[in-house]
Design a protein around this ligand. Structure first.
Ligand SMILES: [Zn+2]
Length: 77
């Protein structure tokens, strides 16, 4: 798992309890990734998951039903 650094503003908040990890809707490539990781018995940071700081968490959470591509397009506006 990646350290908690906000996907929008690059804020490193590993020493605070703000924000959190959000799992977006999986794309076909993400399902492929999960299958591959499972087959190899590996764990890693899911390509469809992202950390968000306290300032951006609520907004990102409201978009978690979208894929990460769609959500980031909206969030970075
Ligand atoms: Zn942020």
């Amino acid at each position: 798992m990646k350290p908690p650094i906000c996907c929008i503003c690059d804020k490193d908040f590993r020493n605070s309890d703000e924000g959190g990890l959000i799992y977006f809707k999986r794309r076909p490539s993400d399902e492929e990734w999960e299958r591959m990781m499972e087959e190899k018995g590996m764990v890693g940071h899911p390509p469809y998951a992202c950390w968000f700081c306290g300032q951006h968490f609520e907004r990102a959470k409201s978009l978690e039903h979208l894929t990460i591509d769609e959500a980031m397009k909206i969030l970075k506006k």
